[in-house]
Design a protein around this ligand. Sequence first.
Ligand code: HEM
Length: 350
Amino acid sequence: MKMRKLLPQFLKPEALQRYIGIMDTIAQRHFASDWENKEQVNVFSLAKKYTFWVACRLFVSIEDPHHIAKFADPFNVLASGIFSVPIDLPGTPFHRAIKASKFIRKELFSIIKKRKVELAEGKASTSQDILSHMLTTCDENGKYMNEMDIADKILGLLIGGHDTASSACTSIVKCLAELPHIYDGVYQEQIDIAKSKGEGELLNWKDIQKMKYSWNVACEVMRLFPPLRGAFREAIDDFIFNGFSVPKGWKVYWCANSTHKSGEYFPEPEKFDPSRFEGDGPAPYTFVPFGGGPRMCPGKEYARLEILVFMHNLIKRFRFHKIFPDEKIIVDPMPMPAKGLPVYLHPHNA
Ligand code: HEM
């Protein structure tokens, strides 16, 4: 079954609304174990840990932090081998990535087998995560996906779904640390939401809808630091673009920065200004961190929720400042601070 058919069902806003509370529970546990009572933290590695934990829970229902940690290492090895020179010799990143992916597939197969039994015995629900969904949804010919297909798709999702979002979360922390007036705006919005909640009450869909300014800030961050620079397309017909003739069949690459950094669509493009997203917002197809058209990212709404839940949990706890004020941004292959963005934390309740 094609991912494009399956994913929108699982990732549509109505389905995702049920997961906000789960994301908040994970965020609270993550902040309690990895941020609270620390003087300084490395934001990039923690953001990756958080988004990976959310993905493990929502895609395959793995919750135990030890199990997730065991799983996370091979994923990092795999992620750093994906954009490497494809030479399969011992010691190369490519070779290590292949080994890691074999380990992950094996692990996924055992999770799939166990789930099949649990589903048959009525011990697991068909809607508890994307794995159950894949095992119980058939295509238009009544055919179910085989285990190999499922393992590959989950693997793709776990990679595609967590590295991008963790890059976005890290860039958000960077911008908030550098721009106190923007931090104050986000703080006000998030603290009002936090105060409106009862003891132990989790975030819900209504709270997310109140996070308008925070999402405008996140969008402005992704305009300046798009987690993916662009993607490939194949021309399905001859066409002329900007005076260049592109023949059918050519591979073309669209690049987010060509509009994100254009003064024509975003006046003073280097200025950080979340108000660009108020009202109607940018013109269609000019703000494209998630791509556009029929192949647009199906994980956009999922990413929006996990980013907002992250911002809420971070901002209601801390102010922070950068340990290296001039830390450079490198793109490898996503934008990230060269040292992983170490920051000093200042808890509000101190
Ligand atoms: C901030 C986070 C994210 C960003 C910036 C992002 C960005 C993108 C972009 C630019 C594309 C290519 C779209 C195109 O070619 O027009 C894409 C594709 C895709 N994304 Fe995301 N993504 C994010 C999070 C996620 C998440 C959380 C998931 C899964 C839950 C996901 C799943 C996918 C899939 C499966 C595709 C391939 C779609 C296709 O080829 O039809 N993404 N994403």
